[in-house]
Each structure stands twice: as structure tokens, then as C-alpha cells.
Design a protein around this ligand. Structure first.
Ligand SMILES: O=C(O)CCC(=O)C(=O)O
Length: 322
């Protein structure tokens, strides 16, 4: 039995993105929702969680906010503030109506390393098998996750970007599965995907999400200004229900708007998977990983428990040899 159809596989190869319906059960969605809620409740108590809106308010000296005292040590926020101020980069945000701008954007990286429930869904649900079929892989390993929550009235957008340059890997056999646990549409911050951009044959520098500003030590090209010129591109936005997933290729360019609704939170987990052809790489500008040791040399296979094996293609030959 296969998990995806030929036409879904073709759409993924052509567009670099696909939305699949009712992939997770309601029980899996409920468990994932708990994990996301507890990650948000713990923002500031872990090494990798951030209230992006609060950081942006501080960096751009808006709303009289201060950088919070917290445990996070993934980024040097003082250095970031100085860099933003030195470059004069602008914050990427919506201009909402008065009073509809007090939501916050929360992000945490690597929640799986401390949350068994989330790890189980990422590594034992049907999602890794779907990734394996889409990537034509023999094995799928889980690379990492991120939690993305935009409360009602969140002004911060997620600048268009390409995921590969944020990850310590090299290769094309990888995908990202965005798993919303709330109904999501454009007004609450559904992601937009530039169709076919995974085939542009280019690697783009990572940016800091709350601005188009790219990190100084990163390698790659500067991304064109898609954020302010969306109508020039063929961008797919998917309305989705809890249980649906949107899967994009590692090189597909994507971003999201704020959450302009007044009552609906947009909560999602983003799971990243790689096939056996992908190799480790200490990539300049990749997201720092204080939640796990990354001690491999460039070119190493990802065959360590820090990249859990999540799926293997069934092989008749191997089964017969058992
Ligand atoms: O949810 C968002 O706004 C960003 C998600 C994202 O960039 C991703 O899952 O790769």
C-alpha cells in the first residue's frame, strides 16, 4: 500500500509543495496541540524558545519593551539588536487597525528533544512514510522541529525564506512538513509557497524572519524581495484543518503574514525530514542548535540517534533474508 498517489508525487516534484488532507488522527492532533501549548507556556525557560514579537519590539525600540530575562541562548539578542540598528533594516510587519495588534509570535526549535509526545508524532505517525515516498527514499531520518504560534492580532510576518540554508545539512533529498493544529487560512497566517522555486537551482541566505535582513556570516544569494511583491510570483496558500499537513521541499521559498483575526490563534509544528542521500554539513549561518551536540564532520552520514530513524522502505529481499 502506498501513502500518496502518483499525481500527488508529481505535484510535489513540479511545485515543491503539496497539501495532504486528514493525515493525522484527531488524537494525534490533540496530543500535538498539548505539546505546542506547553512549549509556548515555557517560552523563556528553554534554550531555544523565543517570543519573536517581544524581541522585535525591543530591537526596533517599539512598545517600550525590554529583552526578557530568560534561559534562551540560541542567539545573542544584544548583538542582533546592534546589527539591526547598524544596518537600518526594517521590521516586516502588518499595519493593523488600532487595538488589533497585541498578539505575539512564538517560536521554539528542537522541542522533540524534551517532549516525548511530539517526538512520537514526528517519528511514528504516517508523516515520515509520506516523506519517504515523496522523496523516493529508502530511509527517512528526522532532522529537527520548530513550533510556530501566531496569536490573534500578531503583526509580525515570517519573511520569505528557503529552509535549506538554516540547516546543517547538504543535499536535496529533504522536506519540511508543516502541521497546523488549528483551522488556518490567509487571515490567520497560512504559509505562502513560491511554486517551482525549489527548481531555481539556487541557495539563498537565511534571514531573521522578522525582517528580510540576512545574517552576515551566511553563504548564498540574497533572496529577491518577494515579501513586498507577492503578486509578481505564483504563490500557493492552502487553507487547512487540524489533521491536514502541508509539505514543502527544502529549497521551496515560503513565508507567512501575521494573524489578523481577532479570536483565532494559529498554532503549528514544523517537522523536518531527510533521506539517506543527505549529509551533515557545518553550514555557515545555519540555526544554532544548543539543544543537541553537533560534532560531526562535513560529509558524515546522519546515522546517529540525534537524527532518529523514522521510516524505512519495506524490502522483500531484506525480509526474505531474515
Ligand atoms: O509558521 C511560520 O510562519 C513559518 C514556518 C516555516 O517557515 C517552516 O515551517 O519552515
Amino acid at each position: 500500500m502506498t501513502l500518496i498517489t502518483d499525481s500527488q508525487r508529481e505535484a510535489f516534484a513540479r511545485d515543491g509543495v503539496i497539501c495532504l488532507r486528514s493525515v493525522l488522527t484527531q488524537s494525534e492532533v490533540a496530543r500535538l496541540t498539548k505539546s505546542i501549548d506547553s512549549a509556548v507556556a515555557g517560552i523563556g525557560t528553554t534554550a531555544t524558545g523565543y517570543d519573536i514579537t517581544r524581541v522585535a519590539n525591543t530591537v526596533w525600540q517599539e512598545a517600550n519593551e525590554q529583552l526578557p530575562v530568560s534561559e534562551n541562548r540560541q542567539y545573542d539578542l544584544g548583538l542582533l539588536a546592534a546589527y539591526v540598528q547598524a544596518t537600518g533594516a526594517t521590521r516586516l510587519k502588518e499595519s493593523p487597525q488600532e487595538g488589533a495588534d497585541n498578539g505575539h509570535f512564538f517560536v521554539e526549535t528542537g522541542t522533540w528533544t524534551r517532549d516525548r509526545q511530539l517526538r512520537d508524532i514526528a517519528t511514528t505517525s504516517t508523516i515520515p512514510g509520506i516523506a519517504g515516498e515523496l522523496l523516493d527514499a529508502h530511509q527517512i531520518r528526522f532532522y529537527d522541529d520548530q513550533i510556530f504560534v501566531k496569536e490573534p492580532g500578531t503583526v509580525d510576518r515570517t519573511a520569505y525564506h528557503q529552509d535549506l540554508s538554516y540547516f546543517n545539512i547538504d543535499g536535496d533529498q529533504g522536506c519540511v512538513v508543516w502541521v497546523p493544529v488549528d483551522h488556518v487560512d490567509r487571515s490567520t497566517g497560512a504559509l505562502g509557497y513560491v511554486k517551482g522555486s525549489h527548481r531555481w537551482g539556487r541557495t539563498f541566505k537565511p534571514n531573521i524572519f522578522m525582517s528580510r535582513l540576512t545574517t552576515p556570516d551566511a553563504e548564498g544569494d540574497e533572496l529577491p524581495d518577494i515579501d513586498n511583491n507577492e503578486s509578481d510570483y505564483d504563490i500557493a496558500f492552502f487553507e487547512a484543518e487540524p489533521g491536514d499537513v502541508v509539505i514543502h521541499h527544502l529549497r521551496t521559498i515560503h513565508g507567512s503574514h501575521g494573524n489578523s483575526s481577532t479570536t483565532r490563534t494559529r498554532r503549528a509544528a514544523s517537522f523536518r525530514y531527510v533521506g539517506e542521500q543527505v549529509r551533515f554539513r557545518n553550514r555557515p549561518g545555519a540555526v544554532p542548535q544548543p539543544h543537541r551536540p553537533l560534532t560531526w564532520l562535513d560529509g558524515a552520514e546522519l546515522c546517529d540517534p540525534w537524527f532518529p530513524l523514522a521510516w524505512q522502505r519495506y524490502s522483500h529481499a531484506a525480509a526474505a533474508a531474515e
